[in-house]
Design a binder for this molecule. Structure first.
Ligand code: ATP
Length: 436
């Protein structure tokens, strides 16, 4: 084994049982190494298995197959050299700050005096001197996460894992904390030799990591890697860094939007594609933002993200929806309204609904299919379960339910079909029923 390898994952696969008892593969044959002196960020869509991968490295859950080792030793349960910081802070509310930080040391059998001293020193290092006696609820979110970080660092971990450690904090607090950790790392004031972080925030990944690993979804696989060869400390406003953020955005959006059949096609269109997790309000919000100054219909994705109040996790499915509906095109880290998208931006409510419905039926096979099924029913109605059964042939229950919810919201807005939430029945819109 290479002496510099801290964590080595080979052929890792992991499935979870989903609601209907069927296994769902979350990670598929993942090979990954974390080397000494390296910070690696894992990026990927929600559900691509990033946290699962981190939890396998932390020894919190086992892989189904493949091998996971830390410094050459198989990982079977939490290893003494590996610590984790959680998004939710995961503090014990009834323990003081000092007691929370001491917990990790207690688990390692460190004596009370030594524990107290080390916890105090760590609290000082992390900017919490004097707060040892406070309870978590008396602290702000940023300070609570400092406690979470102190608890992870007090054991002098060789490897630090961070699962969206800053995403529950406001932007400024998150950035300050992130920069402080990077400073401790760069000045070698902590003995940590490697970090593996999960993030939803592309800029955060570029600011922190030496290497970014992008996971594909369903099941999670390593899709590509990106080296961030910039000196530290990094400045978010330099041209080099912006360029890299752009490139990572481009990689994240490189997924081809499925080429879909039009409504007039003779064969029923496939409906095994999960619809993006977004709603009409977001779709129109992003479209309006894109249409306005300074973008005027064309934007660099990171810039658009900065201007919008949405997270990357909310934006990506929305871009996908805009592209699916033929209202925008996403290419190489840029998004541009199509001529139809421009028209949509200028339209009033009624015309918007009309364009939405027309595009939905022309571009989204599931909507077309629902409409055809309704048209072939003498009553012009059917229970939602019929669509769910159809969706379940190609995807698992959770995704099928979610996809149907999206299809219903979009379909109701575009007046492609109606839905009665009390009875769970889908129905042709009145005018279509009269025409049928
Ligand atoms: N203990 C579990 N039991 C069943 N399913 C699980 C469990 N843990 C995770 N999953 C499922 O596995 C998939 C991957 O989850 P994971 O949290 O690893 O993804 P992620 O990429 O970290 O997502 P996010 O960015 O939303 O946190 C999800 O569909 C999730 O619902």
């Amino acid at each position: 084994m290479n002496r510099n390898t801290l964590v080595d994952l080979k052929g890792i696969s992991k499935s979870f049982r989903i609601a209907d008892g069927r296994p769902r593969k979350v990670l598929d044959n993942v090979d990954f190494k974390l080397a000494e002196n390296e910070i690696v960020a894992l990026l990927g869509k929600s559900g691509s298995g990033k946290s699962t991968l981190l939890r396998i490295v932390a020894g919190l859950i086992p892989a189904d197959s493949g091998s996971a080792s830390y410094r050459g030793n198989p990982i079977h349960g939490p290893a003494a050299g590996i610590s984790m910081v959680f998004q939710s802070f995961a503090l014990f509310p009834w323990l003081t700050v000092q007691q929370n930080v001491e917990l990790g040391l207690e688990a390692q059998g460190v004596g009370p005096e030594d524990r107290a001293q080390r916890a105090e020193a760590m609290l000082e290092l992390i900017g919490l001197a004097g707060f040892g006696g406070a309870l978590p609820r008396e602290l702000s979110g940023g300070m609570r996460q400092r406690v979470g970080i102190a608890r992870a660092l007090v054991t002098n971990p060789d490897v630090l894992l961070m699962d969206e450690a800053f995403s529950a904090l406001d932007v400024m607090t998150g950035e300050t904390l992130r920069d402080e950790i990077l400073e401790l790392w760069a000045d070698q004031r902590i003995p940590t030799k490697g970090m593996l972080i999960v993030s939803h925030n592309i800029e955060e990944a570029v600011m922190m990591a030496d290497r970014i690993v992008i996971l594909a979804s369903d099941p999670g696989r390593i899709r590509c890697q990106y080296a961030v060869s910039l000196e530290r400390p990094r400045d978010a406003d330099t041209a080099d860094l912006r360029q890299m953020v752009d490139e990572v955005y481009a990689l994240m959006t490189a997924r081809p939007v499925p080429q879909v059949a039009v409504a007039a096609a003779a064969a029923p269109a496939p409906v095994d594609y999960a619809l993006p997790a977004t709603d009409v309000a977001r779709i129109e919000g992003v479209l309006d933002l894109l249409a306005e100054a300074p973008f005027e219909g064309h934007a660099d994705l990171p810039q658009l993200a900065e201007e919008s109040a949405l997270t990357d996790e909310e934006l990506f499915p929305t871009y996908e929806a805009l592209a699916m509906l033929g209202l925008a095109q996403v290419e190489a880290g840029d998004i541009a309204l199509t001529p139809l998208g421009q028209r949509y931006a200028q339209a009033g409510h009624v015309l918007r609904q009309e364009i939405f419905g027309q595009q939905l039926l022309a571009q989204v096979p599931l909507a077309t299919r629902i409409r055809r099924m309704l048209e072939s029913e003498p009553s012009g109605t059917m229970p939602r379960e019929r669509v769910l059964d159809l969706l379940r042939e190609g995807m698992e229950q959770e995704k099928a339910v979610h996809t149907l919810e999206v299809a219903i919201e979009w379909g109701r807005y575009g007046e492609a079909y109606e839905f009665d939430f009390h009875t769970g029945v889908l129905k042709l819109p009145d005018e279509a029923e009269e025409a049928a």
